[in-house]
Design a protein around this ligand. Structure first.
Ligand code: DLL
Length: 432
């Protein structure tokens, strides 16, 4: 079994954890009420005073925060410390609207680094490892987060950032990288390139820490097989801190939430009611130990399940499932709810690669729905008849998974643009 970075916390008894959460929540609520006008307004609007929050059981009394609340207060509205105490910002990519800027004090960065260190150690990392960080550096939290975690562990850290695949592989070979950190789609691309260049025997990777975008169990198995590694999921978001909100352990059945810093709740996205463990819903997160930007009950729009069960790794931290989609990336096509992850599952189960794109359009008031996916080299050299049979069988499998049939186009190998960061899976051309 692999070790722990902070065993006392990672394996704490439930009552001890709840007491710690309660103390930290009380302090954080007081802190934001006193220092953030927007919080005072939101809490006053709901009739809640800091004194009403006495333990972790009082969490549902607090109002939710949404991305729109943050955008309305851009850039400094939610900053909870004087500017002189803040030492860093990170920011979301802003693809779906105005950017969100998150602030950190030095102690916020230290605790974020510790969360990432827990993830690295859970994936088998130690000071003897060479940690190859191919998440982007800069405003994106992936590079800085895993970089900081790797330093805390004491591993040799390669701050590669994303891009320049040739150089990535050369360093991997020359320096003997043992743990790779990047998006799962970039890991799949790196694996493909390593195999094509005949370098599979020259790499020394043993584990990967992959997150920042949705990926399926099938994709995990493919990457593990192609690279000869164990692939671990890691989750996080800029607004809350970045990667390291939760991380996977040796059991690989979901991610332990660092709940001494981030308290998770699953809510019904329509009503906001808190749902019990085991039920699927939207994840809301509350920061209880940060100073500069501690969001309370932040609605992530990510859909998952929480479970508190005994884990074979010994950690008692509550576990969240692999993400099942987002409340906002769910496509509604001809009235049917479709998640890109469902399509990926069908493709990989059929021996295809995770290089695909979903194209949705509207022609004469009717939605069109097409899935373009690359063939493997073997399929490419097959007869036209066999390729067309493969397309038909994919359509049938999608119909049974989704309830509607897309047009499926098998494209030539390597014809769909690769991503070095988060992959673009959906092109929605509808103007609704
Ligand atoms: O993606 C932080 C991160 C960096 C996480 C590196 C893991 C590794 P944002 O750019 O703010 O932050 O995007 C956050 O990405 O709300 C999820 O929808 C998605 N996401 C993050 N991790 C996962 C994951 C970073 N493991 C948004 N599985 C989140 C699926 C993920 N989706």
């Amino acid at each position: 079994m692999l070790g722990y970075y902070q065993e006392g916390t990672e394996c704490a008894q439930l009552e001890q954890m709840r007491a710690l959460q309660g103390n930290r929540l009380v302090k954080t609520v007081k802190h934001v009420y006193e220092n953030v006008a927007a919080y005072r307004k939101l809490m006053d609007g709901k009739g809640v005073r800091p004194g009403d929050i006495k333990s972790i059981d009082d969490l549902p009394k607090l109002p939710f925060i949404s991305k729109d609340d943050l955008r309305d207060e851009y850039p400094y509205g939610f900053l909870a410390v004087p500017l002189s105490d803040a030492v860093r910002i990170q920011s979301t990519s802003g693809t779906t609207g105005r950017r969100v800027v998150a602030f950190y004090t030095q102690s916020d960065i230290d605790l974020w680094d510790e969360c990432c260190a827990r993830a690295i150690v859970a994936a088998g990392g130690s000071r003897d490892d060479v940690v190859h960080v191919s998440y982007g550096y800069g405003l994106f939290t992936g590079g800085p987060g895993l970089n900081g975690g790797s330093h805390k562990v004491g591993s040799l850290t390669l701050p590669m950032s994303s891009g320049n695949t040739e150089r990535q592989i050369q360093f991997m070979v020359d320096l003997g990288s043992t743990i790779l950190c990047c998006t799962p789609s970039y890991a799949a691309y790196l694996a493909e390139t390593i195999i094509n260049q005949g370098l599979r025997d020259k790499i020394r990777l043993k584990a990967g820490i992959f997150g920042a975008e949705a990926w399926s169990e099938e994709m995990r198995r493919d990457i593990e097989k192609n690279m000869g590694i164990k692939a671990y999921d890691i989750y996080g978001l800029t607004e809350i801190t970045g990667p390291g909100v939760s991380f996977e352990c040796s059991e690989q059945t979901g991610m332990h939430v660092n709940e001494d810093h981030f308290v998770p709740e699953i809510i019904d996205p329509a009503t906001g009611d808190v749902l019990p463990y085991g039920e699927k819903g939207e994840l809301a997160l509350t920061c209880i130990s940060k100073l500069a930007f501690p969001l309370l009950r932040y609605r992530t729009r990510d859909i998952c399940v929480l479970e508190r069960k005994k884990c074979s790794c010994g950690r008692t931290l509550v576990k969240m499932s692999r993400l099942m989609g987002r409340t906002d990336d769910m496509l509604i096509i001809r009235g049917v709810n479709v998640f890109p992850s469902q399509i990926e599952t069908v493709l990989l189960k059929n021996g295809l690669t995770p290089n695909y794109q979903i194209i949705v359009d509207r022609v004469k008031h009717t939605d069109t729905f097409e899935v373009q996916v690359e063939m493997t080299q073997e399929m490419f050299s097959d007869t036209v008849k066999n390729i067309s049979m493969k397309e038909d069988s994919l359509i049938a499998d999608m119909k049974s998974m989704l309830g509607i049939s897309p047009k499926v186009t098998l494209a030539a190998p390597r014809s769909i643009a690769r991503s070095e960061g988060k992959a673009v899976r959906v092109i929605d051309k509808r103007k609704i």
